[in-house]
Ligand binder design. Structure first.
Ligand SMILES: [Ca+2]
Ligand SMILES: [Ca+2]
Length: 211
């Protein structure tokens, strides 16, 4: 318990100490911490939702799961401090598995939402048109719309034009568990100064729904 307290205290004291972030993530201005989690702001890369989630998963993370208002505020203030000025960023929320039921990529069931008025809004008039136009008709993935005060909007996960070319990709934010947070029982053997070389991977994430 004492060791856990020391770890938490260290987190508070050091704030943006990105040494608690997984070592395989490129460190720099776009890497930030909030609480015991680490956030990688992929603002200069635009991908469709599934590819964005895949990129985060490749480094042991997921698209960001916005658990509460504090995390929402942290994300928006971070985007502002990074001079973000695009439409928005993908977050790890989609209703691909079951239309109308939005689920987080980690399986977390926190109740916080920040939908824009009238959202989610998923027109289904084109549902009978499968093939390429199917993904245009559905809005199953969620964008934190920076240009709308951070409100959430459902967007097509992978928007294609009639020629099948991707026309709508967005930047995104990956979230990672920080060092030691997934295995607190082992903290007592780890001195804070050595935390940077050790981290606990996120638990296996649910498979990404087929889009
Ligand atoms: Ca989170
Ligand atoms: Ca939908």
């Amino acid at each position: 318990m004492l060791s856990l307290c020391i770890l938490l205290l260290a987190t508070v004291v050091y704030g943006d100490d990105v040494s608690i972030c997984p070592s395989q993530i490129q460190h720099g201005a776009t890497l930030k911490t909030h609480g015991t989690h680490c956030y990688e702001f992929q603002l200069h890369i635009k991908r469709d939702w599934k590819a964005a989630q895949g990129d985060c998963a490749a480094r042991g993370g997921t698209l960001v799961v916005v658990n509460d208002n504090e995390e929402q505020t942290f994300l928006m203030s971070s985007l502002k401090s990074l001079s973000f000025h695009a439409t928005g960023v993908w977050i790890g929320l989609s209703d691909t598995n079951q239309e109308g039921t939005f689920a987080w990529v980690t399986g977390e069931t926190n109740s916080f939402t920040f939908w824009a008025p009238g959202q989610p809004h998923s027109p289904h008039s084109g549902r009978s048109v499968r093939f390429l136009l199917d993904s245009v008709a559905d809005e199953d993935c969620v964008l934190m719309k920076y240009s709308d005060s951070g409100h959430w909007h459902d967007y097509p996960c992978k928007k294609l034009d009639p020629l099948g070319l991707v026309r709508e990709n967005y930047p995104y934010v990956c979230e990672y568990n920080a060092v030691g947070t997934a295995a607190p029982s082992t903290v007592s053997t780890i001195a804070p100064s050595t935390l940077s070389s050790t981290f606990a991977a996120l638990p296996d994430t649910p498979s990404v729904p087929t889009l």
